[in-house]
Design a protein around this ligand. Structure first.
Ligand SMILES: *Cc1c(COP(=O)(O)O)cnc(C)c1O
Length: 395
């Protein structure tokens, strides 16, 4: 099936899987094998020489994993994709691929904690520098680019404050300088946002979140505009660095993607109802949601996202004490990090996901002690609202 032939909902269900290649099985078969056998010495030699297609060893390629890789490439409108054992393995693969000692990476100010950890390793061990900037205006982006900048790495919406980065603007400035742009698209999923269409070179995902959607896998995906470059990364960052996905996890994600469109629609719809409820509460101070009409970045969000997604952050009056009390009073909503699952999850960034960030930087990022991040699940919205309501009534 070719990309562009069908709408995105149809592509979630069908992917590019061909049942004739797999004994007519409707469901994608699970090739849970470490290696593949050769009919002869000559065939083994041909496969290693790249003269004949077929399996060699699962780190070099696996038919179940290949289905997932082709499907995510189609959904993100890319030329090719690679699957990894975690989102961080995908992030490491692209950043190590794009940089060498002495280079500079420009990043958005808010960035996933372990991506920040990776940047620190790159700096300390390999002298690859980075800067974290807001990147909201053309002037600021221009002023932040250095002669040795090779890559702009952005997250949008930014975790957990849901700030939006204007992808088109960043791409326009980056192209002038021949700099590659990478977007971590985890918070939106390819169903709500396709950065490659806006000129971005690479998209990374923690497939652990919305793409798998069922809270039972850790995995990462990397999609590139240019197929040849993706294949080059396959031969280095996937084969030799080795952070590959297991066939079973790939199989679960393929299964998850079949309902991604329905899930994302429902996450977004539930979030919109919860937004209305949170606005009516006198204990809530600030609410951060991309598709909130009062959000000053609403127009940018609408330009690049088709819906607001399932993540809402908000601050409660009374700081740390009330934030923790609220969590402890919840009955249906689970206290957990991660996001994008069927269950509604809530976490407290300043003592959990962002506890490693020094207080000054944390406050600059807008992460106060009263901030909570809600990953709205697939339950009935009224049940989620009632749980929040009864807990808020106790603080
Ligand atoms: C979770 C997450 C990651 C890391 O992914 P893992 O699958 O946990 O390795 C990277 N970026 C964002 C935005 C995330 O939410």
């Amino acid at each position: 099936m070719n990309k562009g032939d069908y709408q995105k909902e149809t592509m979630c269900v069908h992917s590019s899987y061909q049942s004739v290649d797999h004994k007519d099985s409707l469901a994608v078969p699970l090739y849970q094998t470490s290696t593949f056998t050769f009919e002869s010495a000559e065939q083994g030699a041909r496969r290693f020489a790249g003269e004949e297609e077929g399996g060699i060893y699962s780190r070099l390629g696996n038919p179940t994993v290949a289905v997932l890789e082709e499907q995510i490439a189609v959904l993100e409108h890319g030329g090719g994709a690679l699957a990894f054992g975690s989102g961080m393995a995908a992030v490491s693969a692209i950043l190590v691929h794009l940089t060498k000692s002495g280079d500079h990476i420009l990043c958005t100010r808010g960035i996933y904690g372990c991506t920040f950890g990776l940047l620190t390793i790159l700096k300390e061990k390999y002298a690859i520098e980075h800067d974290l900037k807001k990147l909201t205006t053309e002037e600021e982006i221009e002023a932040s680019i250095k002669p040795n900048t090779v890559c702009i790495y952005i997250e949008t919406p930014i975790n957990p404050t849901m700030e939006i980065v204007d992808i088109e603007l960043v791409v326009r400035v980056a192209k002038k300088h021949g700099i590659k742009v990478v977007v971590d698209n985890t918070f939106s999923s390819p169903y709500l946002q396709t950065p490659l269409d806006l000129g971005v070179d690479f998209v990374v995902h923690s497939a652990t979140k919305y793409i798998n959607g069922h809270g039972d896998v850790i995995a990462g995906l990397l999609v590139g505009k240019n197929k040849d470059e993706v294949n080059q990364i396959r031969k280095t960052m996937q084969k030799d660095y080795g952070g590959i996905i297991s066939p079973f996890d790939a199989w679960l994600i393929i299964r998850g993607i079949k309902t991604m469109h329905i899930r994302m629609d429902r996450h977004s719809k539930n979030a919109e109802q919860i937004l209305i409820f949170l606005k009516s509460s006198s204990i809530i101070e600030h609410i951060y949601y991309p598709f909130d009409k009062e959000n000053p970045q609403y127009e940018i969000a609408k330009k690049q996202m088709s819906a607001g997604g399932g993540l809402i952050s908000f601050t409660v009056k009374g700081g740390l004490q009330n934030a923790q009390k609220l969590l402890n009073e919840l009955k249906l909503i689970k206290i957990a990090v991660s996001l994008g699952d069927a269950e509604t999850l809530i976490q407290h960034p300043s003592t959990m996901t962002h506890s490693g960030v020094p207080e000054k930087e944390r406050l600059e990022m807008g992460i106060s002690d009263g901030l909570l991040r809600l990953s709205v699940g697939l339950e009935n919205a009224n049940d989620i609202i009632h749980d929040l309501q009864q807990a808020l009534a106790k603080i």
